[in-house]
Design a protein around this ligand. Structure first.
Ligand code: HSE
Length: 408
């Protein structure tokens, strides 16, 4: 029997406890041994549960208990999660986590620590909630060189955009609903400003390209500036607006990664990924495109990945070294913010004659769009775009919106 601990009894931690208890017989068969929850760490008390006697407020009860061999960290945040996880690994315990901030900031270091102590550090739940993507990339797709990854990596923003597109719901009402349903981060700014998706593309890019990509080298934009007018113009152009994470290798071997809203054409499979669903498209040189799809947030989908990683740890008591990547530096990352894409632009106070700096454009039309001019350009890099946007202002106009158009 393996004795396990869960650090954090929030949405994901309570889901993991539930799965470990409710599915105990199936889990025992798949792990070849029973997984018994010995301790749950939380500062709050939870009377009335069938496992209320397992709670402790003292981390030492877990790290100093030699019987506990597998620990799930589902507290979120960098501190004290980083210190707790480091100490558990150094104490010879395998650790699984759903904490993308921890993995995006400290992944290379914690993987090295796990390797040094002959234990596992697994984090399938940190990207795509219940969708298996990290293990498939490191196992089933291990024979490939990856050229790019694109995905809808945040359930909350996908839910909000879906409500705006399908129901013309306001941004604020859709965010409130996502929070009520338990999808959003503790601070929803991490969702709507793109930071959560940024952490996830860092993890995916690190796995795909073998060097740790840190969040501060990823160009990141959120969805707070998207309006219902943009949604309508996008529809006129045969597109929906999606917040995408995208990473690719440049010709000189660096990684260009960004998170930003994109207009996505309706014939792109990512365009039909709605609500809280996530999808990750991975391009391998042998396989071509492979698409992973499922629920990217929520209690049981995320807990499913946490508990599956605990089962993997039980099956590999000597440590499962993958996924693994080397530490990276800022020099391993290219500035994806300036990468060339076609652009959708919405502006006011100018006429089509004032748009010469944008080159050939396709003008879009929308009922009720009086006084506005919206158009799509050919592919432009960031510097050329800045110059063209400045020409709108110089002509006495205002730029109301500017969004990339997905060309992948
Ligand atoms: N807030 C995150 C999301 C949770 O909405 O996708 C899962 O990482």
């Amino acid at each position: 029997m393996a004795k396990v601990a869960i650090m954090g009894h929030g949405v994901v931690g309570s889901g993991a406890a539930e799965l470990l208890i409710d599915h105990a017989a199936t889990i025992e068969k798949r792990a070849n041994e029973q997984l018994e929850v010995k301790r749950i760490l939380d500062l709050r008390s939870f009377p009335g549960l069938s496992y209320s006697d397992k709670f402790t407020t003292n981390f030492e009860d877990i790290v100093s208990d030699p019987e506990i061999t597998i620990v799930a960290e589902v507290m979120g945040g960098l501190h004290p999660a980083y210190e707790f996880v480091s100490r558990c690994l150094a104490a010879g315990k395998s650790v699984v986590t759903s904490n993308k901030e921890l993995v995006a900031m400290k992944g290379a270091e914690l993987l090295a620590l796990a390797k040094a102590h002959g234990v596992s550090f697994l984090f399938e739940a940190s990207v795509g909630g219940g969708i298996p993507v990290l293990h498939p990339m490191t196992q089933c797709l291990a024979a490939n060189s990856f050229s790019q990854i694109s995905g809808i990596l945040n359930g909350t923003t996908n839910f909000i955009l879906t409500k705006m597109i399908r129901e013309q719901m306001s941004f604020d009402d859709a965010l409130k609903l996502a929070q009520q349903l338990g999808y959003a981060e503790r601070n929803p700014a991490a969702d709507v400003e793109g930071l959560d998706a940024c952490r996830k593309i860092c993890i995916l890019a690190s796995i795909a390209f073998g060097k740790h990509i840190y969040p501060d080298s990823v160009h990141t934009e959120g969805i707070t500036k998207i309006t219902l007018a943009d949604v309508d113009y996008a529809a006129d152009y045969g597109c929906v607006i999606k917040l995408l994470g995208h990473a690719e290798q440049t010709a000189d071997g660096r990684t260009a990664a960004l998170v930003a809203p994109f207009l996505v054409r309706r014939d792109n499979p990512l365009s039909v990924v709605d609500d809280v669903f996530n999808a990750i498209m991975v391009t391998g040189d042998a396989t071509g495109d492979v698409l992973f799809y499922g629920k990217g947030a929520g209690k049981l989908p995320t807990a499913s990945a946490v508990v599956s990683d605990m089962i993997e740890c039980a099956k590999h008591p000597g440590g499962m070294i993958y996924p693994a990547w080397e530490d990276g530096t800022a020099a391993d990352a290219a500035d994806a913010g300036k990468q060339a894409f076609p652009r959708y632009v919405r502006c006011a106070g100018v006429s089509a004659d004032d748009l010469k700096a944008f080159g050939d454009v396709t003008v879009l039309h929308r009922d009720g769009g009086a006084g506005e001019l919206a158009f799509v350009t050919a592919s432009m890099d960031g510097d050329t775009l800045e110059t063209a946007l400045a020409s709108v202002v110089a002509a006495g106009g205002h730029v109301l919106g500017c969004i990339r158009v997905a060309a992948f």
